[in-house]
Design a protein around this ligand. Structure first.
Ligand code: HEC
Ligand code: HEC
Length: 340
């Protein structure tokens, strides 16, 4: 990308930031009038802070808890009351309802993200429009819209209470002629494992990925880079960017993502008891060669459409080689990497 291209992007971002801040303040007044009074100022303050410090993920608190374990017992009528009070000013809920400030929400659970043809989404949301709305993605989005989609046009501070979020999503699920299935026992088990937050990790990951966007499009094969890969650097990056979702020790429990011990050379997406996305399941059984791992880690959503791995990818080839070299070493039986 040219320098002036970056500058105008920056100007766009600043303009969007100012605009968003304006909308948030406008919204603060509006929402304050319809929201529970003691909660409104606090939530709006959090949303503004989040926007200004988006580039400093270290300051982010532990992110949203999974709602999956709570869905089956969630209170749908409480969720409905909450949505009518806090969301219906912007969203219609009836089948075929018109778009308002936000898109119609009938049938949104299970639908393609940010893809309602009768609504014009922000570029930020369009950029995030990969896969379909599931319990985790919807829970994370509603916990903190501007963390899930930095720059979103949805000026809503988020639902911080996990039970309330589960009630709301359980209600959204019923807005459909054929509601999506409730989470399976395996999904509940996986979501109940004690792990740090997915949203924090995603935020942390966003910075390097954005920086790497300037990398040349026609990147060389990383096969020549394994011989000189820096395993310690790879380990540091994995600890920082992946370990919130993945355990790395032998026999470690699944978290948001499956355990990664011995993953290089193993069968793809085949950890027993982990509830993979359908896209991942379609690839299950193939082998994680160095090249396959490189393609996946470069752009997970391109490699597995609809993947649940909320991670933008490692665009820098040398960094990816470092990470793969570390993952390969973290194994009882490392494979021979190309060029080594
Ligand atoms: C101030 C207006 C406003 C409020 C209040 C609001 N939203 Fe939104 N919502 C939007 C806008 C605008 C978008 C589109 C986001 C974008 O384009 O970045 C959106 C998008 C969404 C989406 C994505 C829909 C799709 O087509 O993929 C969902 C789901 C959603 N909102 C749910 C909610 C819920 C639930 C609440 C209440 C808890 C809520 N919203 C409150 C304005 C609002
Ligand atoms: C926000 C949580 C999250 C982060 C951060 C994350 N992952 Fe994942 N990862 C997942 C999920 C969820 C899956 C399962 C994908 C699916 O089912 O679509 C997955 C799958 C994988 C797999 C395939 C495992 C298998 O069983 O075949 C590998 C390899 C992987 N991740 C590596 C990484 C690495 C390396 C990083 C950091 C650079 C990372 N992940 C960051 C959530 C995450």
């Amino acid at each position: 990308m040219s320098k002036s291209g970056k500058d105008s992007l920056l100007i766009n971002k600043i303009a969007a930031g100012i605009l968003t801040a304006g909308i948030v303040f406008w919204c603060a007044n509006r929402v304050a009038s319809i929201m529970v009074p003691d909660e409104a100022p606090k939530k709006v303050a959090i949303a503004i802070t989040g926007m200004q410090t988006a580039a400093a993920p270290a300051a982010a608190p532990a992110g949203p808890e999974s709602i999956i374990p709570l869905i089956a017992t969630a209170d749908v009528s409480k969720g409905m009351a909450f949505v009518q009070q806090q969301c219906s000013a912007c969203h219609s809920l009836n089948q075929g309802g018109a778009a308002g400030v936000g898109p119609n929400l009938y049938g949104v659970m299970g639908a393609a993200m940010f893809s309602n043809a009768s609504f014009s989404y922000s570029d930020a949301a369009k950029g995030k429009a990969k896969g379909n709305w599931g319990y985790d993605s919807m829970g994370n989005w509603l916990a903190d819209p501007s963390s899930f989609v930095p720059g979103t046009a949805m000026s809503y501070p988020g639902i911080k209470n996990t039970q309330t979020r589960a009630d709301v999503v359980a209600y959204l699920r019923t807005l459909s002629a054929s509601p999506i299935p409730l989470p399976t026992a395996d999904e509940v088990k996986a979501a109940s494992a004690p792990v740090a937050s997915a949203a924090t990790a995603t935020t942390a990951a966003a910075a390097p990925a954005a920086g790497a966007a300037a990398a040349p499009a026609a990147a060389p094969s990383i096969d020549t880079m394994f011989a000189t890969a820096d395993i310690a650097k790879g380990e540091a990056l994995v600890t920082q960017q992946c370990s919130a979702c993945h355990s790395l020790n032998k026999g470690g429990a699944s978290g948001v993502g499956p355990n990664l011990y011995g993953i290089v050379g193993a069968k793809m997406f085949s950890a027993a008891g982990f509830g993979y996305s359908d896209g991942a399941k379609a690839k299950a059984g193939a082998t994680w060669t160095a090249d396959a791992m490189s393609d996946w880690l470069k752009d997970p959503a391109a490699y597995v459409s609809g993947t649940m791995m909320g991670y933008p990818g490692i665009k820098n080839d040398q960094t990816r080689a470092d990470v793969i070299a570390y993952l390969n070493k973290n194994s009882d039986s490392p494979i021979k990497l190309p060029g080594t």
